[in-house]
Design a protein around this ligand. Structure first.
Ligand code: HPA
Length: 251
């Protein structure tokens, strides 16, 4: 079953015909909100707003382990995460981007299910952090919705909740990051540890600090307008996603 993790600006999915609401407890505590179950377009879907239904949980306090665990426990077989981000190289406000890679700059977050407590050491492969077949599904959905979804990009995951200094963005630029956001990690890695295919659809809501119209400061009012317009496009894209069974037809 498809699961959607909504970010800022996507605490509700208007096209989700809700059939259930479940409070889930996990060995890692409570997820950000009760899970909503329903149908989008042609498939049964779980929906979880990453920051809570009232947008009250800041990025560094999100219980990522509980969120992913709860979704898997309730039958999710593939995760489409939605996130708002800042754009640096070649990424501009209003763009929809499907990153191919990620760099983790976060710290102090509970970032693994494999803490050694079970008496074993586990290292998961993370060469391609976003699941290729699920990326293809998103690109196909964008095409059939008539929406431009940029194929590629490197998500730089920062801790927040403050925005970055211009020098931090310069450094991330040198590293090759093209997007900057606060929630991409450990979410992507935890999905991999649970064996859940995972992609992120990113809405660029501002130029990153020190870039273009964010040269002096990041204007939050324009950011909110871009966010709303971008999330409306994401909803349309999600309506065009083909049903997922968790394998993408792959062996
Ligand atoms: N930086 C970090 N996270 C963000 C930004 C940004 O500029 N915009 C939206 N999320």
């Amino acid at each position: 079953m498809l699961a959607i993790i909504g970010g800022s600006g996507l605490t509700q999915l208007s096209s989700l015909a809700v059939t259930g609401r479940e409070i889930v407890r996990t060995p890692y505590g409570e997820p950000s909100a009760p899970l909503l179950r329903g149908r989008i377009a042609r498939q049964e879907t779980l929906f979880l707003p990453r920051h809570g239904h009232g947008h009250t949980v800041p990025p560094h306090r999100v219980n990522y382990r509980a969120n992913l665990w709860a979704l898997k426990d309730r039958g999710a077989t593939a995760i489409v995460a939605v996130a708002s981000v800042g754009g640096s190289r070649d990424c501009h406000p209003g763009d929809l981007v499907l990153p191919r890679q990620i760099i983790d700059y976060t710290h102090g977050r509970a970032a693994t299910y494999f803490d050694g407590e079970e008496g074993r050491v586990v290292h998961v492969d993370f060469t391609r952090p976003y699941t290729p077949w699920l990326r293809e599904r998103c690109l196909a959905a964008a095409r059939s919705a008539g929406l431009p979804l940029a194929d590629g990009g490197v998500y730089g995951a920062v801790n927040g909740p403050r925005l970055e200094s211009a020098a931090e963005i310069d450094r991330m630029d040198r590293d090759g990051a093209t997007l900057v956001g606060m929630t991409g990690m450990p979410e992507a890695a935890l999905a991999r540890e649970l064996g859940l295919p995972y992609v992120a659809i990113c809405v660029v809501v501002n130029h990153a600090a020190g870039r273009a119209d964010s040269a002096q400061t990041i204007a939050m009012d324009a950011l909110v307008r871009t966010l709303e317009a971008g999330m409306a496009e994401v909803r349309r894209l999600l309506d065009h996603l083909d049903p997922v069974d968790g394998t993408g037809g792959a062996p």
